[in-house]
Design a protein around this ligand. Structure first.
Ligand code: NDP
Length: 716
C-alpha cells in the first residue's frame, strides 16, 4: 500500500479561489511530469492535483470527473485534459504526489534515526503520523485504494511505494534478526500499517487514532523482536555487536570506552514498562506533591549528603563508563550534582505564588503547582550531573520524574535512584528507565507525561519537540553549540589561554558549551597561539583511572571516528594543526578511543571545523581585527548556547556581551556553571533554562484564583 499525505492546514475554500498561476513550493517538485514545463504550467498541474484530492475526499472516486475537477478549479474540462489526458492520468498524478510526499517524509525521519531499530520505528511513525490520519487525505487514499486493482497506473505507484517500504524495513531488521525472520516481520509490519490505517479510515477516524495505532504496532514489533532475539541461533548470537548496542533492541551492552571492557548488559524498556512506570509515578506524585516544600527539601538534602559520601565510588563508576579522567569526576561530576540537590532543597520551601490586591471587594492569588509526571532524557557526557540537574528542580517542585539516561552511559543514574530511595524519597517519585531513542520516544509521546527535559543534539531536540506537540507537553531543550570565545588585545593573555584550554579540552572536549571558535585579536594572535600550543601539547592523555591523566577517552568508537573525520576535513580545508591532530594509541590506549588535544590555527569562518559542533578535543583559532567584525562573525551561526569574552576593558566587556547571541556568557572565564545561574541556549541551542530560580518556572504551572469578598451585582 502507498497512501496518504496531508495538506490539511491549507483551507479548501482558499485553495479553490486560488488563481491558476499560483505556485506551490511544496507540491511543485513532487507532481509527476514527463518533460520540462514552465513555472506557470507547473503551478496549474499542482493546483489540479490538489483539487483532485479535494474532490476525492468530498465526492469519492465515482463523483470525481474531469468536469467536476474543472468546475472546482474554475477552468475548462479541455484544459484539464490538456495536462493529464484523462481522469486516470489525473488520478495517477495525484496518487503519485501523495506517495512521493509520504516517501519524502519517511526519508527525512530515517535520516534522523541512529539505530536499525530506530529506522524501523521511523517507517512506522511516518506512516502512522497524525497527518496521515487527516480525513481529507485519508479519504483520498481510500478512493485510490479502491481503484488500484483496476487502473494500471495506480497499481504501478502502489507497487513502487510498497516495495520501497518493505526493502527499508527488511534491510534494518536484518541487522537485528536473521534474514528469513526479517523478511516475515517486514511483511507483517507493512500489513499492520495498512490494517490499522484502513480500520481507522473505515470507522471514520473515530475508532483508532494515530497515537493508539502507533502504540499498537510498536508494542507488536517490540514483542516480536524480543521473541526472535531469544531464539536466535548460537552462531548469530555470537556475532560481535557493532557497538555497545546488542540484541534485538531488547538488550544493550555498556562499555568502558577506555578499554572496551563490558561493564553491564541492560534491557531496554518498552511500552509496557513505560506505562507501568507512569502509573507508579502518578500514584507517587499525588503524595509527594502534597508534602510541604520544606519536607521535600529535607529529602533532597539527605540525598545530597549521601552523594557526597559516595563521591569516590560514583566518580570511579562515572569514569569507567564515560572515559573521563578520574581527576575530573572526583572534583566535578558527583559534587556538582550534590550542589544542585542542595540548592533546590533550599528553594523548595520558598516556592510560592503571589497575592494580588483587587480592591476592597476582591483579591486574587496564584498557586505555583507541580506539573505532575515529568520526564528527563539525558546525554552521555555528564550522566550523573544531568540526572541531578533535571531531577532536583523537578522533585523540589513536587513532580515525579521518569529519567532515561543515554544508552551509552546508563549506570550512575541508577545509583542516583538508589541514593534517593535511601534518602527517603517515596517509591515511584524518581524512576530510571533504560533504553535507546525508542524508549525516549515512548516518554515524549506518552499522554500522561506533562513535560520533557532533554539534553542532547539539535536534531534530537527537534524530534522531541515535534513528538511532544501531539500531547502539548512542555519542553526544556539543552542542545548543542558552537560557541565563540573572544580574546581582545588587552586581555590578560595567560588567563585567556587557560580559558581556551578549559573551554575546549575539559572532558576531552565533550562539553556542549565549549568555546570552540576562539577569536583572537591580531595584535596578540602570535603570542596567544604560541602559549596555547605549548600548554596544549603538554596535556597528559592517558588511562582515565590514573589521577595524573588530564584527557581521557572519547565516548565510543563511532564518536571518535566522527571527531577524526572533522580533523581530516580541517586539514583538507586548509587549517594548520598546531598540536595534536591524531588518535593516541600508545601502550594500552590502543584499545580505547583517545584523541590528542588538537589546536587548529589559520581557520576561516566557512570551514566545517568552525561551523559544526564536533564535541571532541578540537579547537579552532581565528584572527580578527575589530570589535564590530568579531561580534558579527561570532553571531554568524545557527547555535546560541554560550560565549566568552576576555578583555580588561570594563565597558567593552559588557558592550560586547550584550550583543552576543548566546544564552550563557562569561567575562574573563569560561565554562563555569554555578547552580545559582540559569543555564541554557538561544537560537538552535535550546529552549528553557536549567539551574537557578528559572528552572522552578519550568517545573511548575500557575493557577490563578479570584476571591470575591462582597455580594454579586448581576444586571439580570
Ligand atoms: P543525543 O541527542 O544523541 O541523545 C540525547 C538523549 O536523547 C539520549 O538519551 C538519547 O537516547 C535520546 N534520544 C535520541 N533520540 C530521541 C528521540 N527521537 N526521542 C527521545 N529521545 C531520544 O545526544 P548525545 O547523547 O549524543 O549527546 C551529545 C549532544 O548533547 C551534543 O550535541 C551536545 O552539545 C548536547 N549537550 C547539550 C548540553 C546542554 O546543556 N545544552 C549538555 C550536554 C550535551 P540514546 O542515546 O540512548 O539513544
Amino acid at each position: 500500500m502507498g497512501r496518504r499525505e496531508a495538506h490539511h492546514k491549507r483551507s479548501r475554500p482558499s485553495l479553490r479561489s486560488t488563481p491558476l498561476n499560483r505556485q506551490s513550493t511544496t507540491l511543485k517538485d513532487l507532481v509527476h511530469h514527463s518533460g520540462p514545463r514552465d513555472e506557470a504550467e507547473e503551478a496549474r498541474r499542482v493546483q489540479l492535483v490538489e483539487v483532485t484530492i479535494d474532490s476525492l475526499a468530498e465526492v469519492g472516486y465515482v463523483g470525481t470527473t474531469l468536469a467536476e475537477i474543472a468546475g472546482r478549479a474554475g477552468v475548462s474540462p479541455g484544459l484539464v485534459a490538456h495536462y493529464f489526458d484523462d481522469k486516470d492520468g489525473l488520478l495517477e498524478a495525484a496518487f503519485r504526489t501523495l506517495a512521493r510526499t509520504l516517501a519524502a517524509r519517511v526519508r527525512a525521519r530515517l535520516a534522523l534515526a541512529r539505530t536499525p531499530r530506530g529506522r524501523v520505528q521511523a517507517v512506522i511513525d511516518t506512516n502512522l503520523a497524525p497527518e496521515e490520519f487527516d480525513k481529507r487525505t485519508g479519504t483520498a487514499w481510500l478512493a485510490f485504494w479502491g481503484q488500484v486493482l483496476h487502473v494500471r497506473g495506480l497499481k504501478r505507484v502502489q507497487t513502487a511505494y510498497q516495495r520501497r517500504m518493505l526493502s527499508n524495513l527488511r534491510n534494518d531488521l536484518r541487522r537485528m534478526i536473521p534474514g528469513e525472520d526479517a523478511r516475515t516481520l517486514a511483511a507483517m509490519i507493512a500489513a499492520m500499517i495498512d490494517g490499522v490505517w484502513l480500520r481507522a479510515a473505515l470507522s471514520e477516524w473515530q475508532e483508532a487514532d494515530s497515537e493508539s495505532a502507533r502504540a499498537l504496532l510498536t508494542a507488536f514489533v517490540e514483542g516480536r523482536l524480543q521473541e526472535l532475539a531469544q531464539v536466535r541461533t548460537p552462531a548469530a548470537a555470537s556475532e560481535p555487536a557493532p557497538s555497545a548496542r546488542a540484541g534485538a533492541g531488547g538488550t544493550f551492552r555498556v562499555l568502558n570506552p577506555a578499554n572496551g571492557a563490558v561493564l553491564a548488559e541492560l534491557s531496554a524498556d518498552g511500552p509496557a514498562q513505560i506505562d507501568a512506570a507512569v502509573l507508579r509515578a502518578q500514584a507517587a506524585q499525588k503524595k509527594w506533591g502534597a508534602l510541604s516544600g520544606a519536607e521535600r527539601g529535607r529529602v533532597l538534602h539527605r540525598a545530597a549528603r549521601m552523594l557526597r559520601e559516595r563521591n569516590e565510588e560514583l566518580a570511579v563508576l562515572e569514569t569507567r563508563n564515560t572515559g573521563k579522567p578520574i581527576q575530573e569526576t572526583r572534583a566535578v561530576d558527583v559534587l556538582s550534582g550534590a550542589e544542585c540537590l542542595e540548592y533546590y532543597a533550599g528553594l523548595a520551601a520558598g516556592i510560592a505564588g503571589e497575592h494580588l490586591d483587587l480592591g476592597p471587594q476582591a483579591f486574587g492569588y496564584t498557586r505555583r503547582e507541580p506539573l505532575g509526571v515529568v520526564a528527563g532524557i539525558g546525554a552521555w557526557n555528564y550522566p550523573l550531573q544531568i540526572a541531578c540537574w533535571k531531577s532536583a528542580p523537578a522533585l523540589a517542585c513536587g513532580n515525579a520524574m521518569i529519567f532515561k539516561p543515554a544508552e551509552l552511559t546508563p549506570l550512575t543514574a541508577m545509583k542516583l535512584q538508589e541514593v534517593f530511595a535511601a534518602a527517603g524519597l517515596p517509591d515511584g517519585v524518581f524512576q530510571v528507565v533504560q533504553g535507546q531513542a525508542e524508549t525516549g520516544r515512548l516518554l515524549t509521546r506518552h499522554r500522561d507525561i506533562r513535560k520533557i527535559s532533554l539534553t542532547g543534539e539539535v536534531g534530537t531536540g527537534k524530534a522531541v519537540m515535534a513528538d511532544a506537540a501531539a500531547t502539548l507537553k512542555q519542553v526544556t531543550l539543552e542542545l548543542g553549540g558552537k560557541s565563540p570565545l573572544i580574546v581582545f588585545g588587552d586581555a590578560k593573555l595567560e588567563n585567556a589561554v587557560a580559558g581556551a584550554l578549559l573551554g575546549n579540552f575539559y572532558s576531552a572536549g565533550e562539553v556542549c558549551s565549549n568555546g570552540t571558535r576562539v577569536f583572537v585579536h591580531k595584535s596578540v594572535h602570535a603570542a596567544f597561539v604560541e602559549r596555547l600550543r605549548t600548554r596544549a601539547a603538554a596535556m597528559r592523555v592517558g588511562d582515565p583511572m590514573d589521577p595524573a591523566t588530564q584527557v581521557g577517552a572519547l565516548i565510543s568508537a563511532e564518536h571518535m571516528e566522527k571527531v577524526l573525520g572533522f580533523i581530516a576535513r580541517g586539514r583538507a580545508q586548509g587549517a594548520r594543526v598546531l598540536t595534536g591532530g591524531a588518535r593516541v594509541t600508545s601502550g594500552d590506549l590502543a584499545s580505547g578511543y583517545f584523541v590528542a588535544p588538537t589546536v587548529f590555527d589559520g581557520c576561516h569562518d566557512d570551514m566545517d571545523i568552525v561551523r559544526q559542533e564536533i564535541f571532541g578535543p578540537v579547537m579552532s583559532v581565528l584572527e580578527f581585527a575589530d570589535e564590530d567584525e568579531v561580534i558579527a562573525r561570532a553571531n554568524a551561526t545557527e547555535f546560541g548556547l554560550a560565549a566568552g569574552v576576555f578583555t580588561n576593558d570594563l565597558t567593552r566587556a559588557h558592550r560586547v556581551i550584550a550583543q552576543l547571541q548566546a544564552g550563557t556568557c562569561w567575562i574573563n572565564h569560561y565554562n563555569i556553571t554555578p547552580v545559582e545561574l540559569p543555564f541554557g541556549g538561544v537560537k538552535m541551542s535550546g529552549l528553557g533554562r536549567e539551574n537557578g530560580r528559572a528552572a522552578i518556572e519550568h517545573y511548575t504551572q500557575l493557577k490563578s484564583v479570584y476571591v470575591a469578598m462582597g455580594d454579586i451585582d448581576a444586571p439580570y
